[in-house]
Design a protein. Structure first.
Length: 225
């Protein structure tokens, strides 16, 4: 499978690559876009994980609409998930992630409308039942593009080191522990259909029984304290 490898800029002396672009030319992005418009009413406000590992709505940190791991999302994500799974070993090697067995992928469909954004964050969630190791994102939208902004921003030591434009048909993969954000989106029409669309997958490993018991204890203590 043809791939494009992207290294970081020579900033902060970083040696690890930031992300990997996979060939997703087999995906019909227009069909995907039209399919998502049909389930518009199913979307709700996007959530974040707070300091106590609770899933909450916090519009100071994130504004967008999401459709989580439902049957429709899994069906739409399946062809993309296969591309990623077929390249799992290459992804782990190239991004210099500790080798693990690909056991679970949780998918979501996200739409950024006018004024939406996502502040700096990591996709890795400490002490989770399934530990996220890397994230894949596939972009699609109405053609020609009717929004501006919405770039994927990568950070190192709080400094912006790379921006990725959300071009339709692009499938990128990056490690879950990398700090990143989404810049503010502008949609002049205000129309849902003109927004910034993406399908996202969080690829996780299943930790040991001992670690799961330990993480459960830590999360319980943090909720109490």
């Amino acid at each position: 499978m043809r791939q494009s490898h992207h290294l970081t800029k020579k900033t902060q002396g970083r040696k690890k690559p930031l992300y990997l672009t996979l060939d997703a030319s087999s995906i019909n992005s227009r069909h995907l876009y039209e399919s998502v418009l049909k389930i518009k009413s199913s979307f709700g406000n996007s959530a974040v994980t707070d300091e106590h590992y609770n899933v909450v709505i916090d519009k100071k940190r994130r504004q967008s609409l999401s459709l989580l791991d439902q049957k429709a999302v899994r069906a739409l994500s399946e062809p993309l998930g296969k591309i990623v799974a077929d390249n799992h070993l290459e992804i782990v090697r190239y991004l210099q992630i500790k080798s693990f067995r690909h056991v679970k992928t949780k998918c979501s469909c996200v739409v950024f409308q006018d004024g939406d954004f996502f502040e700096k964050h990591r996709d890795y969630v400490p002490y989770a039942v399934n530990l996220r190791r890397y994230t894949w994102v596939y972009y699609y939208h109405r053609e020609p593009r009717c929004f501006s902004g919405g770039n994927l921003l990568f950070f190192e030591d709080e400094k912006l080191i790379e921006e990725v434009s959300p071009s339709a048909g692009t499938l990128i993969v990056f490690a879950a522990d990398i700090m990143h954000a989404v810049s503010t989106v502008r949609v002049p029409s205000g129309d849902f259909a003109d927004g910034r669309f993406s399908l996202n997958g969080f690829v996780s490993e299943r930790p040991s029984v001992a670690y799961r018991l330990y993480s459960k204890t830590i999360r319980t203590l943090k909720r109490i304290c």
